[in-house]
Design a binder for this molecule. Structure first.
Ligand code: ASP
Length: 340
């Protein structure tokens, strides 16, 4: 009997096999054989392409969404050319690189770290908070202590390039973070070396078992106040997964995302019947409605994936890109939809 027939027949024999056994069996199967689910992974910004590729290695072998998203976002965390995530991130105004990250699975389990210093893979520390503690969030020194006790090595995350940018910034020390700089000309006018000063990776995946997972990791806004925490490690703000409905993640000015509990809002709007793009748009419009003056000068973007594998995004400003990867494509979508 070929595998397809075997699976069809075994579906008829459900009472003879425990749910756990079926689950284990499904994990070993090639994608699409059992559920006709089309796995997909999407993530924010251009660096999402490389991250999706690594997440896809997990998804395409029938792996779990939660494992895929952890693996995927570790890629930009380790890439020191990306100065807004992980090692090589821009430091805070006092010269410390501090990372925020969170992760959430299809069962509603989640883990998070905020203001974590000296550890490249903040996402894996967040995963460990989820897997090994009764808590959701660890911050600062406590998060670092937990990471070290669990085998993470301390590293200097400040690269010469990011240190140079920080020293340039120190000359004027303008605290007001400038965040709407996807437009590179705009960025060039304000930051040394044409660099951008933010951009989180938020990643959402649907696996072959029909389950969702999400991850979000960042060094936050460049030259932020010491101790500032953005939306990215906050469940419901930077990331939210509800396995009955879908998942959402955010990038941009974290303060506005937190104020509106952005990712949770997007998921709830999908629950009410909005498409992923409509839900993202409505969440962006909520931000504008509450603070129209602030909204003009900032960027916020949402990305969403529903249970059916449909995806969409919306941003306040032009320039928001996101990467999509499934069996058919590996695309980067730029300037999807924006309000201003
Ligand atoms: N949301 C991040 C923060 O506020 C920054 C970003 O995604 O651009 O820390």
């Amino acid at each position: 009997m070929d595998r397809r027939k075997f699976l069809k027949n075994s579906a008829l024999l459900v009472p003879a096999i425990s749910a756990g056994e079926i689950y284990e069996l499904r994990k070993t199967l090639p994608i699409r054989d059992v559920f006709n689910v089309h796995p997909i992974v999407i993530s924010t910004w251009d660096f999402g392409i490389a991250a999706n590729k690594d997440a896809w290695q997990v998804l395409s072998h029938g792996g779990l969404a939660i494992d895929a998203v952890e693996k995927g976002v570790r890629t930009p965390e380790a890439d020191i050319r990306i100065q807004t995530i992980g090692k090589g991130g821009f430091p805070d105004r006092d010269g410390h690189v501090s990372l925020d990250a969170c992760i959430m699975d299809h069962l509603g389990n989640c883990g998070s770290v905020a203001a974590l210093e000296g550890i490249t893979h903040a996402i894996s520390v967040a995963r460990m908070v989820m897997d090994k503690t009764p808590h959701v969030m660890l911050v600062g020194e406590g998060a670092q202590q937990f990471a070290r006790e669990n085998g993470f090595e301390l590293e200097n995350l400040l690269t010469p390039e990011s240190e140079k940018a920080w020293k340039e910034w120190l000359k004027e020390k303008k605290y007001k973070p400038i965040i709407n700089i996807e437009n590179k000309t705009f960025a060039a006018e304000r930051l040394p070396g044409n660099q951008y000063n933010h951009d989180t990776i938020g990643m959402l995946a649907l696996d072959a078992h029909g389950n969702l997972g999400g991850a979000c990791t960042t060094s936050g806004m460049a030259f932020k106040m010491r101790g500032r925490v953005g939306d990215s490690p906050i469940i419901g703000a930077g990331l939210y997964i509800d396995n009955e409905v879908g998942g959402a993640t955010a990038t941009g000015v974290g303060e506005e995302v937190i104020r509106n509990v952005g990712s949770f809002l997007v998921v709830e709007l999908m629950r009410q019947g909005r498409s992923p793009e409509e839900a993202c748009r409505e969440a962006v419009e909520r931000i504008i409605h509450k603070k129209p003056e602030t909204a003009k000068d900032i960027q916020v973007g949402f990305l969403a994936l529903n249970k059916k594998g449909e995806y969409g995004a919306y941003a306040l400003q032009k320039g928001f890109s996101y990467a999509v990867c499934n069996t058919e494509k590996q695309d980067l979508l730029i300037n999807g939809k924006c309000v201003y």
